[in-house]
Design a protein around this ligand. Sequence first.
Ligand code: FES
Length: 68
Amino acid sequence: MKIVFRENGSIGVETNGKYVLRVGETETVIEKPKFSLCRCGHSKNLPFCDSSHKEFGFIAPAAEIELE
Ligand code: FES
């Protein structure tokens, strides 16, 4: 699994092909190899990024984490 902190943007997560989303007591298995999480706090679709960070001029450095 890889986590990519995009410069001035979201947190990209590369999965093994699917992930489980838990919101309250609801659990959904989503088959998708990649998704983007908000780290600016302005998304209207939290926890996911909706590109609002561009509108708010979010600034943050790039980084990458790889989990083995
Ligand atoms: S990082 Fe994209 S909307 Fe927050």
